[in-house]
Design a protein around this ligand. Structure first.
Ligand code: LMR
Length: 309
């Protein structure tokens, strides 16, 4: 099966690399607007195959969407990353136009593809791709929950000095400062996290998670790529292998959690049809209030997009 990754920058190239070396797809097409970049990075990944022992064929193209025809899943990473001092929302004007035109090209050649958005501002770029593709909501989804949850899990693993593999967690809401980590649904090898860590330490980790992307932007002068690219590849794997994994994913809510017409991260079952089911947790009043804050923030940015179009 064929998977396309649009954008051969750091995140797109990392995603293509993970898809190849973990043999998640048989064929990976990497597309970029800059002449030669996708070709070069795809060739580099292909030349690594005899060393790391995989046979996924990786091909790069400059803006030739006909080569993406028949893709089962398309990951869109196109657009500018943020620089220090910027919020993700600051990217909306530039990235909305890019995501719109990329989505239109993708749908022309792969009308049935499930689209995974990585471009920022994530939730609103998922909205943009949904409008531009006119596909059903289960097939136009955003990657952020896996990334944000991974950061939360990594920080907890470090603090508790345990394997990150044993931290299970759910995180909801928008991909921004209003995201909602849920300690009530966080376990360490099945043990509620609240039995393993003091409240002040847990609160500090939750705060660090909310600003996890910004911490990296500050350190590197640009956005992260290893974890975002790997998180997108994990979503692709769940879809192409019909794994029915339970992940937090950005999807248009249509009444779930009492929310209508807003793109937010929620736990879902991810399988061959994209979002197979939105899982509705029984949130307490505090959690509901945090989710409502996040909804209001995403809604505001969605209305900025409406005004731009
Ligand atoms: C991330 O969380 O790493 C991405 O959304 C990129 C960013 O600018 O933070």
């Amino acid at each position: 099966m064929k998977v396309t990754v649009v954008g051969a920058g750091n995140v797109g190239a990392t995603c293509a690399d993970v898809l190849a070396y973990r043999e998640i797809a048989n064929e990976v097409i990497l597309v970029d607007i800059k002449e030669g970049v996708a070709e070069g990075k795809a060739l580099d990944v292909w030349q690594k195959a005899p060393i790391n022992l995989y046979d996924t064929k990786t091909t790069g193209v400059t803006n030739d969407y006909s080569k993406t025809a028949g893709s089962e899943v398309v990951v869109i990473t196109s657009g500018l990353p943020r620089k220090p001092g910027m919020t993700r929302d600051d990217l909306i004007e530039t990235n909305a136009g890019i995501v719109k035109s990329v989505t239109e090209q993708i749908i022309k050649y792969s009308p049935d593809a499930t689209i995974v958005i990585v471009s920022n501002p994530l939730d609103v770029m998922t909205y943009q791709a949904h409008i531009s593709s006119k596909n059903s909501r289960n097939k136009v989804i955003g990657m952020a929950g896996i990334l944000d949850t991974a950061r939360y899990r990594a920080f907890l693993a470090e603090e508790l000095n345990v394997s990150p593999k044993d931290i299970q967690a759910v995180l909801m809401g928008g991909h921004g400062d209003t995201m909602v980590p849920l300690p009530r649904y966080t376990t360490v090898g099945g043990i509620p996290v609240t039995e393993m860590i003091a409240k002040d330490k847990l609160d500090a980790i939750i705060e660090r998670t909310k600003f996890g992307g910004g911490e990296l932007v500050k350190l590197m002068g640009t956005s992260a790529w290893y974890a975002p690219g790997s998180a997108a590849a994990q979503m692709v794997e769940a879809i192409v292998k019909d794994q029915r994994r339970v992940f937090p994913v950005c999807v248009k809510l249509e009444g779930e959690y009492g929310i209508d017409d807003c793109y937010l991260g929620v736990p879902v079952i991810l399988g061959k049809n994209g979002v197979e089911k939105v899982i509705e947790l029984d949130l307490n009043e505090d959690e509901k209030a945090l989710l409502e804050d996040s909804r209001q923030h995403v809604k505001e940015v969605m209305s900025v997009l409406d005004r731009l179009s």
